[in-house]
Design a protein around this ligand. Sequence first.
Ligand code: ZN
Length: 88
Amino acid sequence: MSDDNIGKKVQDAEQIGTEKVGDKEIPILKPEVYVKIYCSNCNAEVDDEEKATGNCNDCGKPWAESKAKDVTIRVVKMPGTFGEGGEL
Ligand SMILES: [Zn+2]
């Protein structure tokens, strides 16, 4: 699995708190969010350079006029935060 084809990361995964469930602390996580922007004129993906200029390099038109967004949300489990018990 490659991270390259799901877009640019706009939010990092982060633990924002814990919730007590029974006698266990369950971490509350913010997911990773990736966003991909497409030019609505030619459907090419808008890269960083094109984001800076506002113009699509593929068709030469401004991509921002009616952009389409593809948002990917990925939930990341923090390692070592879940114990399954049974260690007594
Ligand atoms: Zn275009």
